[in-house]
Design a binder for this molecule. Structure first.
Ligand SMILES: [Zn+2]
Length: 475
């Protein structure tokens, strides 16, 4: 897979692309484009997962942030925007371009991430868990606010000039509200190169999020490979929910759904409201117990026409994600009141993989109840409580207490926001021109390799899997 196009960082070249994140891993997305003196950073993500990756967030940036002309964000997930406050702290003060929904959602995501960082540092200091003198947050709410002040919303499908040498255009790519692929147009002495950054590619047939649009032609392609060698299990989430909600209503029980605050909660709320509207399931009370999910839902409603369906045109006045039978629990006391709630009802709360948040107190309260069903939505990472439950654990530890698992646990597979192997190939199918080179990023090695093998064998595309901090020349 290796080709001789790699150059050491720092060697002067006319057009250079450096991979400062999402190389050999799925997090920390950061791609630096340099055209003579012009510099553009595509995505500014935080490294997540194992500590060897998280530790990278504390390193000094491998380039001078004050020299960047701008940052472009593909979408709002923390592994794509979570390093922005530190970039600003290290001297970046230029514009941060993003679609309007991404810019709005970034406020919710970054302030929440800052809150978690501050709480975590505080906890470590109180419990003396830090190896250092004093545990510090990666960034504070003030840092996040400073970064958010640089946001410049831009529309889809319109070239934005960054410098004489660099412009870019956003393209709909599904995945989450406001997500984009970014086509960068680079000009240097009459030499023009188009580089397409896929961002995270969404799925086809998602009930709420738009399908990815065909990608524009490009000279170079930087393509994600999260599911480069895997397929999602075929499962219609509607069918699963019809079964689950009807049982919940019949048994007058509680359906507890751990769900990510952004995108997953809104997808499920929309699905449930649609099933109720079409009388496939009885009208059931839905409680959304997560302040972040509620803020994200407001943004989903604000951009009602950015989805596959216009949310305002469905089911009467107002947004279909809010209103009748959807109850929003913003305050902690409302959340606690749900402990006494009798079914039939749905409680949706985060975090999605049961790593913290309000869902924990619902679990402590309902794991012992055999009438409760816990519906795990999507992939559960190793080491999480979600994974333990998905694997059928009969007892689990939460906050140093042991809880017997008497509730029923089901896993749903049809709600992933990531294109799988076939969907990625389907997305790229319309490309007529063979890219000079395809760079495969944002994937574990096995996934990127599987995809590289396919491109080489089936399409005869030259592919390359870059290493972290590697710089290549585009000529
Ligand atoms: Zn994403």
């Amino acid at each position: 897979m290796r080709s001789p196009c790699a150059f050491d960082t720092g060697t002067y070249r006319v057009i250079q692309l450096s991979f400062h994140g999402a190389a050999g891993t799925v997090t920390g997305s950061k791609y630096l484009l340099t055209v003579n003196g012009s510099k553009l950073l595509i995505d500014c993500g935080m490294f997540q997962g194992p500590s060897r990756f998280r530790q990278l967030n504390w390193d000094d940036p491998p380039f001078d942030p004050s020299e960047l002309d701008a940052v472009v964000l593909t979408h709002t997930h923390i592994d794509h925007i979570g390093y922005l406050p530190r970039l600003v702290r290290h001297g970046f003060s230029g514009p941060v371009y993003a679609t309007a929904p991404t810019a709005d959602m970034a406020r919710v995501s970054l302030l929440d991430a800052a809150h978690i960082q501050e709480e975590d540092a505080d906890y470590r200091n109180r419990k003396r868990l830090s190896r250092h003198k004093k545990a510090l947050p990666l960034f504070t709410k003030e840092d996040a606010e400073e970064a958010l002040g640089l946001m410049k919303p831009v529309p889809y499908d319109k070239f934005i000039e960054v410098t004489d040498e660099i412009s870019f255009r956003m393209h709909v790519v599904g995945h989450v509200l406001g997500a984009a692929s970014v086509l960068c147009r680079l000009r240097d002495n009459g030499n023009r190169k188009d580089v397409l950054f896929s961002g995270d590619v969404g799925r086809y047939g998602n009930p709420l999020t738009k399908n990815p649009e065909p990608p524009p032609e490009c000279d170079y392609l930087v393509c994600e490979s999260t599911y480069g060698g895997r397929m999602h299990e075929p499962e219609d989430p509607r069918a699963v929910f019809i079964d689950l909600i009807n049982k919940t209503a019949e048994e007058k029980s509680v359906l507890l759904i751990p769900a990510f605050a952004v995108s997953r909660t809104q997808q499920i709320t929309y699905l449930l409201k649609e099933l109720i509207r079409h009388e496939m399931v009885p009208e059931i009370e839905i409680h959304i117990d997560s302040p972040m999910a509620i803020s994200a839902t407001e943004i989903y409603c604000k951009y009602a026409s950015f989805h596959k369906v216009d949310l305002e045109k469905l089911g009467g006045p107002g947004c279909v994600l809010e209103g009748k039978n959807v109850h929003l629990c913003r305050k902690r006391k409302d959340s606690k009141l749900l402990n006494k709630l009798k079914g039939p009802a749905v409680i949706m709360s985060s975090s999605g993989m049961l790593t913290g948040g309000r869902i924990m107190h619902h679990l402590m309260n309902r794991l012992k109840d055999p009438t409760t069903t816990i519906a795990l939505a999507g992939f559960m990472a190793e080491g999480t409580l979600g994974r333990r439950l998905a694997e059928g654990a009969t007892e689990v530890r939460i906050h140093k207490q042991t809880f017997e698992v008497k509730a029923k646990v089901v896993t749903m597979h049809g709600l992933s926001g990531h294109a799988d192997f076939y969907e990625l190939l389907h997305w790229l199918e319309p490309l007529k021109k063979e890219p000079t080179k395809v760079f495969l990023t944002h994937g574990e090695e096995s996934q990127s390799l599987a995809m590289a093998r396919h491109f080489q064998r089936e399409r005869d595309w030259e592919t390359y899997i870059p290493e972290l901090h590697e710089t290549v020349e585009l000529n």
